[in-house]
Design a protein around this ligand. Sequence first.
Ligand code: MN
Ligand code: MN
Ligand code: MN
Length: 288
Amino acid sequence: MTIPQARPTCIDLHCHSRASDGALSPRELVFRAHERGVTHLALTDHDTIAGLPEALEAASEVGIELVSGIELSCVWRSQTIHVVGLDFDACAPALVSAIAEQHDNRWRRARTIAERLDRLKVKDLLERATQQADGDVPGRPHFARVLIEAGVVKDLNQAFKRYLGAGKPGDVRAFWPELATVIGWILDAGGQAVLAHPRKYKLTATRLRALVADFQRAGGQALEVTTSGQSSGDLGFLAELCRREGILASQGSDFHFPGAPWCELGAIPAMPEGLEPIWRRFRQPVAA
Ligand code: MN
Ligand code: MN
Ligand code: MN
């Protein structure tokens, strides 16, 4: 009998399938991750766990460890923030209903934007914006693209300046819950809350520290320290922040579609020394 050679551990805890704004089905995504050498994967679609059952089935076929995941939008000091939830009980009733409500909220906002722009007489505005969003809930950039297509405006800039930007009719606030609320959902379902791509919010260092402090106070456990396409300066900054605040570290590619050389499943820089990885806290801890 030959003992199969163990694959080196490769952990990717942030990616998207067609269940939100990714290009691949959950099944295709898991197969691609396996081909790229990923051994532990979390599918983290925006505000939905609809892709999880299909991903789980594919994962057991190819022999990947699938960790339950989601990326939840929320608000902190009027700024939209993303929180990745990992390793939670995907059947927890409170979480399931909170996610359903979050999804309804996104559609409610999209419908309100469409109604407010009704007077522009763009045929099938909401449907076309939804197509622009690949079937997911459209946001303002998707509406902007339809307005350009319909010849109402000449570019994105004009679309926002006239119809979608601050104070304009299509400027409908997202109905996102507070940061502490979504962290609570994840913790109550037995999971780990990770502050996604902390450098993407373009916050000053002072403001980012304030965010991290509030995140920890609400029970959040980790920062997403390594992600694809991030500068080494940002990586060093986040690693230092983790060490100083004693917060755990997570990593993920934030993969959405094939063909982007800067963002591929499993292609994540090595975790800097001296950080404690979030996966040691999983219900089935990963040794790496
Ligand atoms: Mn996305
Ligand atoms: Mn995000
Ligand atoms: Mn993402």
